[in-house]
Ligand binder design. Sequence first.
Ligand code: HH2
Length: 290
Amino acid sequence: MGGTVPPAPATRVWRCGAYALTLDRPLVMGILNVTPDSFSDGGRYAEPLSAVERGRSLAAAGADIIDVGGESTRPGSDAVPVPLEISRVLPVIAALVHGLDMPVSVDTRRPDVAAAALRDGASIVNDVSGFRDPAMVELAAGCDAGLVVMHMLGEPKTMQVEPHYDDVVAEVCDYLARQAVMLEAAGVARERIALDPGIGFGKTTAHNLELLRRLPELAALGHPVVVGLSRKRFIGEVAGEVRPDRRVAGSVAGAVFSALYGGDVIRVHDVAETVQALAMITAIEEAGHD
Ligand code: HH2
C-alpha cells in the first residue's frame, strides 16, 4: 500500500526584474496616470508630487504593482511627444522605486520611454500596442523586466471606429499567442511574458463582454493574464452610468469575474475596493484547505 503523494501543483510565477510574482492569488495593479487627460483620473495626478503621493496611497491600499502612465490612450486621443511623456513619468517612477519595495510598471508604447523607466528602476513594461514596434522587442530582449503584451486594434485615435472581428476571442488569442512566440524567439524568457486582451481597445461592448466571458481561452495559453476593465465605457453602457467615478461597483464585479475565470493581475483605479473583493474570493477558496 502506501501510494505516493501526488506532487503539489507548481506555483505559477511572473518574472519581473528582481521580482518573482507568485500567481497563487489574483494580484492588483494600481493605475497611476500622470496625465492631464486620462478618461477617469485625468489631471488629478498630473504634478509629480501629487502623483507620488497617489502611488504611495495605492500601495498602502494593497496594490501589488503600481502602473505609471504618461500618455492617455483613451479612444480618440492623440499621441504624446516622447520627451513630454518621459518628463511626466520619470520623476514619479524614480521616487516610487526608491520609496516602495514593490514592482513599478511603466505604461508606454515608446521604446525611449520604456528604456528611461527601466534605467530608473521600473520592473515591468506595459505596452498597450503589444510590442508591435521592433525597437520595443529589442529593448525587451535586452532586459529582464516583466512584459504586458496587450491587444489593440489599430491606434487609439481610430480604434473605436466600427471595430470588426469574425470571432473576437479567437482573433485576440491568436494575436497574443503569436506576439508571445515572437518575443520568445527574440530571447525573452517565457515566464516574463503576460498577456492582456485589451478591454476597450478597438472593441464594442459586445466584444468586451465576450472576451471576459471566454477569458479561460486566453488563460489556456499558459501565460499570466492581465485584465484592465476599471471604470471603462462598456461598464457605463451596461449600467447606464456616464460618469467613470460611478462605475466602481461594476468594475469590482468585473474584477471578481476576471479573477475567477483566469485573470492573474487586475489593473484598477479603485485599489482598496478591489483588494477587499479579491481577498474574499481567496478566503472562500482557501476555506477548508487547512
Ligand atoms: N487600459 C488603459 C491603459 N493601459 N494597460 C493594460 N495592460 N491594460 C489595459 O486595459 C489598459 C492599459 C486605459 O485606461 P486608463 O489608464 O485608466 O486611461 P487612459 O488611457 O485614458 O489614461
